[in-house]
Design a protein around this ligand. Sequence first.
Ligand code: SF4
Ligand code: SF4
Length: 444
Amino acid sequence: MASEIEVGTKYIPDMSKTEIEDLRKQFTESSLKVIKDNIDRMKKSWPNRPKEMEYFDEISNLFGKRQQEISEQKQAGKKVIGYTCMFAPIELIIAAGAIPVRVGSGWYDSAKLGDRIMPVEVCPVIRSTVGAKMVHLSPFLELSDAVITPLTCDGRTKLSEILADYKTIWRMSPPRVKDDAHALQLWKEEMMVIKQKIEELTGTKITRENLKEAIEKLQKATKAFRRLQEIRKGPPVITGRDAMLVNQTSLWDDIERWTQKTDELCDVLEKRVEEKDYATYPDTPRVMITGTPMIWPDSWKVPNLIEEANPKGLLAVDEQCSGDRILYDPVGVDEWTMSDMLNAVTERYLMACTCPCFTSDNGNEDRVNWIMDRIKEYKVDGVIYYVVRGCILYAMEYARIKRVLDRMNIPVYYLDTEYTREDVGQMKTRIEAFLEMLEARIDI
Ligand code: SF4
Ligand code: SF4
């Protein structure tokens, strides 16, 4: 019967409402199991895990407390603005009284569903986001009144077109050459268009007062974020997975509460440094991950393998926009005038970003420098270069990064994978061989 069919769009096929509902339930249950399994594994790996981590465990449930809170705030009149990538200006969203949520999807099950309309050559982040939309799986995407979609790669560009059938889409085109003289000007124009759209949607004018307040809120979050990252430079008082979980929950949590909870966790961890109460052996090989973003919960596959391997590794730091790059750079304001604040926001979202979507004669030097600095600061023994199949940007920059790491005498391993659990056994063998080699180098 016609009423039982959800009519498709330009891309999405017609599907029966029963199938949509069955798949949504099945994927939600499977996701809840993955979330629980990840948290159980993190607890098992770190028997003395502080009780302060329980807050982040709760927020990590994508179908739990935070979804409920956002739904209630939306019912009370607040707007929700989703974003698919880190170029979206969070300060402007918060200044207008809206709720920002990152909506890129990391579900393996929904990536398989995306295969129905896209070939496997398309990166799984995109297939998964589309698959999630097909069955209304992502609570934050469903709750979004508008979605900011920066057009950074081909996948994201076409994603914005597909999602436009469901949502109000605000595209942003970041310049691909950020050190050109006119790049900042172009980007400022993009910012001003988004600012106006946010104001129209929310009915709230972004003023000097509310923008200052929003910038200060995010600056405090950055301070807490950096405090945690600073602790990770020392002896291992927190596992890499737990730190990643803390960092990643900032993408959908209430940012003020997240800041407070992160500071509370840091208080405990700083004491643990003094007490030498470690989360793992101090001489565990320290690994950096760089590459494609790892999105909670399914992409915990690789971090789980690294920190549960034999021999074990410690995920000391990452260079990913799902981790160290989320909040590291604050918006730096000299004068709290409207014009200065808007310039500072514009600059922050362009110049601080090390995404490989940029190109330059110096070969994305900012990313290279970021990686080199982190290797030294976090005493990294080896780097895992993580790429999901179809992610051309990261795959192509590998040769550039490997050359630099070779010169630093830092071993690097190229780990390519898919959104699947089927390659876990094979990946375990590859990761353990890499960690054995790192351990042997440390022992020499
Ligand atoms: S890797 Fe680049 S394009 Fe992809 S989400 Fe991160 S910032 Fe955006
Ligand atoms: S993983 Fe790579 S290809 Fe996929 S959306 Fe992100 S940058 Fe684009």
